[in-house]
Design a binder for this molecule. Structure first.
Ligand code: AMP
Length: 279
């Protein structure tokens, strides 16, 4: 597995592989890799010959200094996971190489970023779209793989590559969960025992709403409320909302393919999750 640290090296490596006829995939991450990331790598390997994983804790997308400072960093484990998963190359740029002192560009997607995570975390999405633009430009992948776990992020990034004519196929990989249903997240390690036990009520609420949908309920207020009510009292809910998967606009009647988005905070730790309505 090649480890590269500059955009130039990454670009040279990717172009040489593409010239050699290989299909290149990029899996962007912030490290602290878990089974969710591993499954993204696996999906990338199904679509491409040469899989690049990037690990960069992107300060620009943290609207909260403490969240950035306490974000888990497990580089040695991450490298071992990438090696054992058959990753072809790992891109681990330093902060200085990603954002030198002279850096002064910001990439913004409007519309889709106005609500939900965009409203609750000012500046978050411009941090995401700026770094992902840099990663896509440097690695010029044929495909890029992201998790459904961050559903709004995927919708925003799909719009970004569409609007900027970035020639990459965007692939969304399913959310990987703990056995009890909690969506895997690098931030879960911060949950204490009690919070961890209560956090499971988030996915229980989402699945409860899905079951109601599958039994014929279409009224979104009722479906939103069902998910909200299942949530443990200790969870401060930010939003529980069924939206259209493309526009992220509210719908009054739920359809197959709509998404129930959730965000809430427990013990100061923000957790997000979502579920796509299926028949
Ligand atoms: P992160 O390192 O948390 O920024 O996430 C990097 C990528 O992994 C993003 O595309 C996330 O959506 C994805 N991801 C995070 N958690 C999960 C999960 N539980 N299942 C699937 N993908 C995930």
């Amino acid at each position: 597995m090649r480890i590269v640290e500059t955009a130039r090296e990454l670009s040279d490596l990717s172009h040489s592989k593409k010239q050699g006829g290989l299909k290149v995939a990029l899996v962007p991450t912030m490290g602290a890799l878990h089974e969710g990331h591993r499954s993204l790598i696996h999906v990338a390997q199904q679509h491409a010959d040469f899989v690049i994983v990037s690990i960069f804790v992107n300060r620009l997308q943290f609207n909260n200094e403490e969240d950035f400072e306490t974000y888990p960093v497990t580089l040695d484990d991450d490298i071992a996971i990438c090696r054992s998963s058959g990753v072809s190359a790992l891109y681990m740029p330093s902060s200085k190489s990603m954002y030198p002192d002279s850096f002064g560009t910001s990439v913004e997607v409007s519309g889709l970023t106005a609500r939900f995570e965009g409203a609750s975390r000012p500046g978050h999405f411009s941090g995401v779209t700026t770094v992902v633009t840099k990663l896509l430009t440097a690695s010029a992948p044929d495909i890029a793989v992201f998790g459904q776990k961050d559903f709004q992020q995927f919708a925003v990034l799909r719009k970004l590559v569409d609007d900027l004519d970035i020639p990459v196929e965007m692939v969304m990989a399913p959310t990987i969960r703990e056995e009890d249903g909690l969506a895997l997240s690098s931030r879960n390690v911060r949950l204490n025992k009690d919070s961890r036990r209560r956090a499971v009520s988030i996915s229980q609420g989402l699945f409860h709403s899905l079951t109601l949908f599958q039994s014929g309920v279409r009224d979104t207020q009722e479906l939103n409320e069902a998910a909200r009510k299942s949530c443990a009292d200790e969870i401060a809910i930010d939003y529980v909302q069924i939206v259209d998967a493309q526009t992220l606009e509210n719908v009054s009647e739920a359809h197959v393919g709509d998404v129930l988005l959730f965000a809430g905070t427990i013990d100061g730790i923000r957790l997000i999750d979502n579920i796509i309505f299926t028949a």
